[in-house]
Design a protein around this ligand. Structure first.
Ligand code: COA
Ligand code: AMP
Ligand code: ZN
Length: 432
């Protein structure tokens, strides 16, 4: 029933005591980093201790901006020789955000992943296929080490190449797969093109879906298409990656692992806690990380705590599926995109005019990002070969920046519709 019974069903009072103990250690560790060591509030708590977990509200928030401004080593709290891995994701513009791990951190993360997958019913008898980007994306190695710790036979398939994904599933009898939900429509189409039905022609019984927002209706459609149970997996690189919050087999919200994180939900405008059960921005503090503790990280993800106890017996609170963001980031094919990144690329080019527009659409069951770019009149009148070269050049620059290939449409100046005098930057028409 549980991966770590004593921690997963810990009575709330004991869980809070454990949080307080771990927070004291975390603050002591964080204060060793050049960045956090500068905050008198942190140093004060390191010296005099914290009496109740609510006092965390006296500590400063950390934003993606802070991580980027202190790139690359500012938040590192350990000796570089003890750090064994980093993960990095792109920021709005300029420096990426980087998270460092020592061996303890990686073990702790793998354990949270194993715990999460176990809660969703995955067992060591399962054959697990990870259809997700490896490399710097945390979903690759994060799920990989978790599945190995759990004891599954794991297939590190990576993203892309749908035909090979299906062959792997059929050759080895994959029973569980981790997949980004928006890709499952495309995968299903390829099954159909091959004359196959995943319900009959695979041994899949469980899908773990996450890394991007999706609705309950989308989940039900996925369950129907593949004949499986699909469980929501939530995480973010700054808090390791996946393994932060996960659905148990009750499918009634995501348990957020409170022995590993302090969780707050705040009003993104007033920065004060919202009333219990109200939607706000998730703020998280690591409790079991040594190389790079992060304090009160503003995730920008909007959610709320769900009331009541879960029939599974786990005492860690549940959050509702993520309902939006308090910034303008969107996720395309599992890659985070800030419109400013695209603007940054376009505005460096002398041929590009004043306006651009990002259209997100589902074409043949595959999500695509179309970027309409106004070209200055003198260039727009240029020959077709020139425009073709410009289009390919912009495609490459945007792809290098956001990691997905955009469809670039070059358009005449003034042709992008304006909303109240301003160009509408992102239009999301994706099938949800
Ligand atoms: N996951 C897995 N495969 C995907 C995918 C996704 N989210 N989105 C598209 N693909 C597949 C496509 O279907 C295509 O394979 P096929 O033609 O055999 O069906 C292949 O990847 C390339 O697709 P394309 O549309 O040309 O992609 P791109 O160049 O714009 O992007 C990806 C390349 C998909 C590899 C890149 O976006 C990626 O790595 N996405 C996954 C990110 C991820 O894992 N995020 C989780 C972080 S925790
Ligand atoms: P990254 O740091 O690149 O792993 O991206 C993390 C972000 O992906 C989160 O802050 C969320 O916005 C989004 N995300 C991850 N998992 C989910 C999920 N299950 N539902 C909705 N959004 C998610
Ligand atoms: Zn539960």
């Amino acid at each position: 029933m549980y991966w770590e019974k004593e921690l997963e069903i810990l009575e709330r009072k004991s869980l809070e005591r454990l949080q307080l103990e771990r927070l004291a250690k975390t603050l002591g560790q964080a204060a060793k980093s050049p960045y956090y060591g500068r905050f008198p509030e942190i140093v004060r708590f390191v010296q005099s201790g914290m009496k109740a977990i609510e006092q965390i509200r006296e500590l400063p928030f950390t934003s993606k901006e802070d991580l980027r401004n202190n790139f690359p080593w500012g938040l590192l709290a350990a000796d570089k020789k003890d750090v064994v891995r980093l993960h990095s994701s792109s920021g709005t513009t300029g420096n990426p955000t980087v998270v460092y791990h020592n061996r303890h951190d990686l073990d702790s993360w793998a354990n949270l992943m194993a715990r999460s997958m176990y809660a969703a019913g995955v067992r060591d008898t399962d054959i697990f296929q990870n259809i997700c980007g490896y490399g710097l994306f945390t979903g690759g190695l994060g799920f990989q080490y978790g599945a190995e710790k759990l004891g599954c036979l794991s297939i590190p398939a990576g993203a892309g190449n749908s035909l090979r994904q299906i062959k792997l599933m059929r050759d080895f009898g994959t029973s569980v797969a981790h997949v980004i939900p928006s890709y499952l429509g495309r995968l299903f189409e390829v099954f159909k093109d091959e004359g196959l039905d995943p319900r009959k022609d695979t041994k899949l019984h469980t899908l773990v879906i996450g890394a991007e927002p999706h609705t309950q209706e989308h989940r039900l459609r996925i369950e129907e298409m593949f004949g499986v149970k699909a469980y929501n997996s939530f995480g973010l690189s700054e808090m390791n990656g996946p393994g932060v919050a996960f659905e148990c087999t009750e499918q009634n919200g995501l348990h957020i692992w409170e022995d590993a994180f302090v969780v707050e939900i705040i009003d993104p405008v007033t920065l004060q806690p919202v009333a219990d059960g109200e939607v706000g921005e998730l703020v998280m503090t690591t409790l079991d990380r040594q190389a790079m503790p992060v304090i009160r990280f503003r995730t920008r993800d909007l959610t709320r705590f769900l009331p009541g106890a879960c029939p599974c017996g786990r005492t860690h609170r549940r959050i509702e599926r993520i309902s939006g963001r308090s910034d303008d980031m969107f996720i395309m094919k599992g890659c985070n995109v800030f419109p400013m990144q695209i603007e940054g690329v376009l505005m460096k080019l002398p041929e590009v005019g004043d306006d651009y527009r990002i259209l997100l659409d589902t074409i043949d069951e595959q999500d695509e990002m179309i970027v309409e770019v106004e070209v200055r009149q003198e260039w727009f009148k240029g020959d077709l070969a020139f425009l073709d070269r410009l289009q390919r050049h912009i495609t490459r620059l945007v792809r290098d920046e956001v990691l997905v290939r955009p469809l670039i449409r070059l358009v005449e100046p003034g042709s992008i519709p304006k909303a109240e005098g301003k160009a509408v930057r992102v239009l999301d028409r994706r099938k949800k």
